[in-house]
Design a protein around this ligand. Sequence first.
Ligand SMILES: C[S@@+](CC[C@H](N)C(=O)[O-])C[C@H]1O[C@@H](n2cnc3c(N)ncnc32)[C@H](O)[C@@H]1O
Length: 249
Amino acid sequence: MEIHVISIFPEMFGLIAEQGVISRAIKQGVLSLTIHNPRDFADDKHSTVDGRPYGGGPGMVMMLEPLLKAITAARLACDGEPTVIYLSPQGEKFNHQAAARFAQDSLSQESSLILLAGRYEGVDERVITSMVDEEWSIGDYVLSGGELPSMVMIDAIARLLPNSLGNAESAKQDSFVEGLLDCPQYSRPEQFEGQSVPGVLLSGDHQAIADWRMMQSLGRTWLRRPDLLKKIELTDKQVDLLEKFKREL
Ligand SMILES: C[S@@+](CC[C@H](N)C(=O)[O-])C[C@H]1O[C@@H](n2cnc3c(N)ncnc32)[C@H](O)[C@@H]1O
């Protein structure tokens, strides 16, 4: 998968490209990440990319031309036809299903994304109308730039690409993958200040462990995110396990 980011702060992406899951995906050759700085496409000696808003008001707006040129350069660098995404608090709420769709698309075809990270009061609306295919938000709050939202999207997608995680099974058990929250996890020590690891996890009985984990997943989802439970159909066994969880609570 090929990801291009349009950002006036390319240095912010250095860390994710060198450490963790994204870096691993890049090294495994399943992801490429290129940053394009709109300042390189500005036509004055100060590399200006922002202008005062027409109609007045506070703040600055990212100007049309440097952004259009940067997006065009990114498009030309893409192998396939890219999807241009503007990270915006006004976009559709990003979630696991969206990340999974982007990751899946990259397996079936040459898939490229161009992520436009805004700054200031946002970008000139004509950039959106002329070049943006989709707008995605990472939540109902306003950040000062689209760099962190871009990184959130890239990380969520990268961990679903083949070979990006050390253990391919781990992503399958994560929250939201099967429509449920993940179960509680434990590691050493077995006892800590009066709290012990649930006995079933020490039993070596794989079926009992799997049932306990499923029961905890169902129970946590029921307690914390009942909205998720309404979206999936539980098997008879899952219904029994959830009833057991409720009885034991
Ligand atoms: C200060 S914000 C501009 C907010 C804009 N004036 C508004 O209220 O819709 C600057 C940039 O940060 C990014 N941004 C801020 N919050 C975001 C969010 N929740 N999701 C995605 N991008 C966000 C966008 O790229 C935006 O252009």
